[in-house]
Design a protein around this ligand. Sequence first.
Ligand SMILES: Nc1ncnc2c1ncn2[C@@H]1O[C@H](COP(=O)(O)OP(=O)(O)OP(=O)(O)O)[C@@H](O)[C@H]1O
Ligand SMILES: [Mg+2]
Length: 666
Amino acid sequence: MGMITGGIFILLIIIIFLIKKQVNKKTVELKKSRKEWEEIFQAIGQPTLILGKNYRILNANKAAVKKTGLKLDQLKNKKCYDLYHNNNNTFKNCPVKMLLESNKKQVIQRQLHILGGYYMVTVTPIINKHGEIDKIIHIAINITERKKMENKLKQEEQRFRRIYEHMGVGIASVSLDFIFENANQAYCDMIGYNEKELRGKSLKDVTHKDDLEKLLKELNKLKTGINEHFRMERKYIHKEGHTVYGILDVSIVKDKKGAPQYFLGSVVDITERKIAQKEKNKLQKQLLQSQKLESIGTLTGGIAHDFNNMITVIKGTADLLLKKIKKDDKSYGNIENIYKSAVKAENLTKKLLLFSRKKEMEFEEININDIFDDLIEILNRLISENITIKTDLADDLWSISGDSNHLEQVLINLAINARDAMPEGGKLYIRTKNEVITESRSEKIPHVTPGNYVRIDIEDTGKGMEKNILDNIFDPFFTTKGRSKGTGMGLSVVHGIIKNHKGFINVYSEVDEGTIFKIYLPVSTKKASPSVKKVKKNKKYKSLDGRGTTILIVEDEKDVLNLIEDVLKNYNYNYISAETGKKAKEIFREKMNEIDVLLSDIIITDYNGIELADEFKKIKPDLEVVLTSGYSNDKFIYSKIKEKGYSFIQKPFDIKDMLELIREKF
Ligand SMILES: Nc1ncnc2c1ncn2[C@@H]1O[C@H](COP(=O)(O)OP(=O)(O)OP(=O)(O)O)[C@@H](O)[C@H]1O
Ligand SMILES: [Mg+2]
């Protein structure tokens, strides 16, 4: 028994020994691991705290001691919000509070004043074996530098965004399947959409059809890597439908691996430049046109002068013959044909003279509206019933200095052209208004000085003109109406007259829509001239009989002289003829008492008709003077003649007109 008890005792001692050894081993291990943990905790370079659930600091590592400047004792038991935020309570978004509420790790960025700067705070729970939060590890990592960088980047980004938004160049990014992703203000302004409207729209929707094929081809080259960049001048369609011009630069943006991501385009709006260029080209053409017309004018002026004399003779002779023979004479019809053709030739010569501006104009202060008052009646007769004339004449129209007969001619020509352009009917608008041409506008128009103008619009809803026709309409003899219908001189005459008034004329035409002629005449005073309705002189005389009046004819054209002699003889005038100035002077000296009227051409080979008349007038003040001319180059001649009280008749003249003029004297 004693043996057994002794054995158990020994066994017990052995067991106790073994257990103690085991416990010792565990204690050593635990101490070791605690030491290791402490070493790691202290080695963490960032301020690290161990918190209790009550926010109190249980432990703090060296970095925390160092950064806060407090001793470990001072740190312990302090509440974390007191330490870091100098607060006596938790605050909104407190990560510890959020962790306690959610049981989850929290990461936030914030300023920690005591540490100075910006920190990323990570709070991690330590969970006990019951699954409850036991402690909290609070690590604060300094991210001040990173934050600064971020801010700098943000500022840069904002700066670039501002530039992007406000720069004059339009910028847009477009996906690889051509859908708009972004566009800046300049881009939006250029094509009239806002960014919202543009997003999701296809590039094709804003591209002019002329450029679509080329654009897509170039974009595909970027996509497939054939090109890196391209530039093209292209046309866009504005939201409101008109064309906008731009110079486009496109490159493709790729990702790190080189895969294409989207297209980035910049556009410079050149619409204004383009329009100005077009305008300039047009004006250049107009300038050439007017130079061309100028030289043709000189030529036709010369021809018309010679024609005048010939036509005077043809028409006058035919007229005389018709008066001499009976209507049933077999030649009557033939002579009548000669007469009618001569009248036609005379009309054409008149147009040529008007165009070449060799015919003198009588300028006076007029109100254009007055011309229309008389004209509307004539136009209504000229224009068929299916055309409605609509007038809109400005009430307070400024006056211009002009020749109403010639301006009437302009308006009739334009109205007839409008009529011819509307065989199926339509509307003819006639408008007048005051218009101020500013410096900037005038720069685009050669030969036009800024100033005040009266504008006349003649607009029709007719067939309009193709460009190739429009380019030629002011050319003399240009007509699309066929030889028998139009002479093609209408608009040349219009052009000449307007130019003589120091005005200008523009034409706009759209095929099948209509045509508008805009005439600008310089204003003489910024006042409306009082409407003076001209009382037309009643020129009808009962008899053209000369009753023995004696006329001295001075004419160096033999044929014309013969004709005048024939006419005067027929109407009971006495006449004495001279073919030179010298001869005329001899006759006058000899027979001045007999001579009642001097009928002289202004340009005689050896003399000037006006000077001749002046000389005779000095000697015989009651002598009546009638001067003729087929061509008077000098603008002042006509007014000079009028001042002196001499009469003037333009060749080719009508016999009746000439006789009436002589008869008027008595
Ligand atoms: N309002 C218009 N609409 C369409 N075409 C026009 C218009 N005005 C002029 N044209 C074109 O310009 C051409 C030249 O006009 P212009 O007045 O000089 O001569 P014309 O009318 O043909 O002949 P004329 O005036 O001697 O009768 C015309 O033949 C026509 O083709
Ligand atoms: Mg015409």
